[in-house]
Design a protein around this ligand. Structure first.
Ligand code: NAD
Ligand code: IPM
Ligand code: MN
Length: 358
């Protein structure tokens, strides 16, 4: 199979981890006789530095023309510490999501048995958890009108949804649920927000078209609590952009670390694959980042964009083998982990490739 893949490493630990997602794709291509070609493009702080624009036109053009995109992360402490800066790395990510019509962000909570001890939640609560989040990605308060008063003392972000935006992601979530445990839990704040009432009303309508799927509705505050109390109750969780952002960082603790969670953003065209984590300034450049979320994002690309299920499974199994052998990056090491098995980013990436080649 011939495919053109665009790699956008971004900032902070982005380049450190994306190296390994890309290397895993190259190894798979070699082992299975595929012809994957790679191009690279700028986004985020690095793009601002080099072009003045967090999403240069060239990156967007390359993105549109590619068969899939592997992305790292964007962000820099400079902007986090100075809210007054007008041009910001994250604008690049938001714009490419909008421009490529990536309205559905799939975030699977993939739980490796070997990491049950790495989580701060009790193993018996976690074991058997299998959740697939559908986070709406191109609407909500992220994209509503933003305002700041002339005296700078008042600010607002409009939380807005259109019915079609809820419908299209709902169909994707219900179709996925039909292939899984046939449960959709829609999470909103319909007891307070009008946009959530539109959300709930729309889901209630769509649910009628999928009578084989059991639909429940939960308020976001309760969902945040239930996720820790009893994560096994969930199958597909369908939610809005901001709620999904927050809930999935929380859910990363079910899988053991932010460094384990991959995601796929899909919609109208080219698929976009990225870890859910950010540029992690606190560990950037120290060979401490866990590269497995990038490797698992590459697996999602193989499966979702290219339909290469076996190749995707091979990648996931290589990660599983490395973990079974007891190797850990610092973020997923527990007290029992032998110190010689705690690896840096590069060593962990190398080991995945070695296990892949076996
Ligand atoms: P973050 O996800 O970067 O980091 C949160 C915590 O998780 C940190 O302690 C970090 O060290 C740890 N962590 C994250 N990824 C890890 C990995 N692969 N291995 C080991 N540990 C890991 O979130 P933050 O600190 O809130 O944000 C930092 C910057 O990243 C900000 O500028 C933010 O805007 C940006 N950000 C970007 C994205 C993205 O590009 N998709 C996502 C989230 C945050
Ligand atoms: C994510 C990030 C982004 C988001 C930021 C960096 C714009 O947190 O991908 O989860 O909020 O969507
Ligand atoms: Mn996030």
């Amino acid at each position: 199979m011939k495919k053109n893949i665009l790699v956008i490493p971004g900032d902070g630990i982005g380049p450190e981890v994306t190296t390994w997602g890309k290397a895993a794709l190259q190894q798979i291509a070699k082992d299975y006789g595929h012809d994957f070609s790679f191009d690279e493009a700028l986004m985020g702080h690095i793009a601002i530095e080099q072009t003045g624009n967090p999403l240069p036109d060239e990156t967007l053009e390359k993105g549109r023309k590619s068969d899939a995109i592997l992305f790292g992360a964007v962000g820099h402490a400079m902007y986090d510490n100075d809210p007054s800066l007008k041009i910001r790395p994250e604008q690049g990510l938001l714009k490419i999501r909008k421009e490529l019509g990536l309205y559905a962000n799939l975030r699977p909570i993939l739980l490796f048995d070997e990491l049950l001890q790495a989580s701060s939640i009790k193993p018996e609560i976690l074991r058997g958890t299998d959740i697939l989040f559908f986070r709406e990605l191109t609407g909500d308060v992220y994209f509503g009108e933003k305002q700041r008063s002339d005296d700078r003392n008042t600010a607002s972000d409009l939380m807005i949804y259109h019915r079609y935006e809820v419908e299209r992601i709902a169909h994707k979530a219900y179709k996925a649920a039909q292939q899984r445990s046939k449960k959709v839990c829609s999470v909103d704040k319909a007891n307070v927000l009008e946009s959530s009432r539109l959300w709930r009303e729309t889901i209630q309508e769509i649910a009628k078209q999928y009578p084989d799927v059991k639909t429940t509705h939960m308020f976001i505050d309760n969902a945040a609590m239930q996720l820790i109390k009893d994560p096994k109750q969930f199958d597909v969780v369908l939610t809005a952009n901001l709620f999904g952002d927050i809930l999935t960082d929380e859910a990363s603790q079910i899988a053991g670390s932010m460094g384990m969670l991959a995601s796929a953003s899909v919609g109208d065209g080219t698929g976009f694959f990225e870890p859910i984590h950010g540029s992690a300034h606190d560990i950037a450049g120290k060979n401490l980042a866990n590269p497995l979320a990038s490797v698992l994002s590459a697996a999602l690309m193989l499966e979702i964009s290219f339909g290469l299920k076996e190749e995707a499974q091979t990648l996931v199994k290589a990660v599983d083998k490395v973990l079974k052998e007891g190797y850990r990056t610092k973020d997923i090491a527990d007290k029992q982990t032998a110190s010689d098995k705690v690896l840096g980013t590069r060593e962990m990436g190398d080991l995945v490739l070695k296990y892949l080649a076996k």
